[in-house]
Design a protein around this ligand. Sequence first.
Ligand SMILES: Cc1ncc(COP(=O)(O)O)c(C=O)c1O
Length: 446
Amino acid sequence: MAAHYQIAGATSAAISASVESGVRSGALPAGTALPAVRALAADLAVSPATVARAYQELRQRGLVVTAGRHGTRVRPRPPVAGRRSALLPPPPPGVRDLALGQPDPRLLPPLGPHLAALAAQVGPPTGYEGGTVLPAFAETARERLAADGVPADDLTVTGGALDGIERLLAAHLRPGDAVAVEDPGWANLLDLVAALGLRPIGVPVDDDGPTEAGVAAALTLGARALVVTSRAQNPTGAALSAERAGRLRALLAGREDLLVIEDDHAAELARVPLRPLAGATPAWAFVRSVSKPFGPDLRLAVVAGDEATVARVAGRLRVGAGWVSTVLQRLVLALWSDPAVAERVTRAGESYERRRAGLLAELADRGVPARGRSGINVWVPVLDETSVVTALRDAGWAVAPGGLYRIGAGPAVRLTVSTLDEADLAPLADAVARAVRPGAAASFST
Ligand SMILES: Cc1ncc(COP(=O)(O)O)c(C=O)c1O
């Protein structure tokens, strides 16, 4: 525990506010163990039930996590901080950042020409009455999804994939409900699940996607939703194979009690075919973000699904934020419709493919097992994350510790390959080999 921060309060609300304030100010950093319920209750002269209520409230909002004998701790990335980039501290000068999981900005299409064309085309300002999914946008999105085998008669638009997933989970689940997530899986999704007060059930992932046994176990444990990454799974690179998709479809067929959410964030960048689960269950949604191929700052995703699910998301959006700006929709439509942009996205996908495959080959040459069937990340199992992250940082490479991405899966580190050059691959693989086998490196160099 951070000895210098005194949690205060005479009610559960005051105690949880005091912890929140400590988290917000940094006095209670991520991982800090909070006092045991009875100890804090004695300290504050309140009943243990009062402290337990405060901790439960903090848990439901994703600020703390309680893990058996480890007690209650501040979550790695509690939802009271500002920018996303604050979630991983920037590397020191001179250290290459392979931790961010972002597309290479040099490979994103420049928006300038399309913004300029848009400026020339837009008519009079649009008022509230025009706030909707533009018919031309919906039509093109529908065609693009249908080409990949996703029935998209019903669709809506959200502010990115995670916004769509949040709205889908909120539309079908209540705090305390269980949601099956890939393990290892996308850290931001784990953060979101915690912040919504949902219970994550980890489903193991191999290169073909979530395992059948893992999904079956999650169903037995009462999962009300399952989130599957179609391709370029973050962090392992898994891509749902035709066979796995077929087996999962059979397993899930007709489940009335389960919402299946597919996250196809690789979208047009993907170099492997889409094997959708869409429609296997009565309640389903397929989320395709434009972040990775066209730029994260566009903040737009298409959400297709069954009629009732899409109506819930669109209806809730309508009574809240309203709609995703038609200006943004027009811009994305222009990007989708430009063959030069499509060509650029194809080249970007090929380039990520070369970098990832190149790094995997260099690691294999050095006897370092690693995963990365698709996408922009390589996942390297390690014995000790902290020592590998530190050794790589000392060697000039910042990588992400696997702890952010896993529930029960083994330790590993994630390397984002998107900004690597050909000449980086061998020195990086050397550094990784030394970091994962420090003993071997020491004897080699003496
Ligand atoms: C698994 C996964 N889904 C979706 C996204 C994109 O999300 P958004 O559309 O919210 O930018 C990412 C980006 O890193 C991701 O890794």
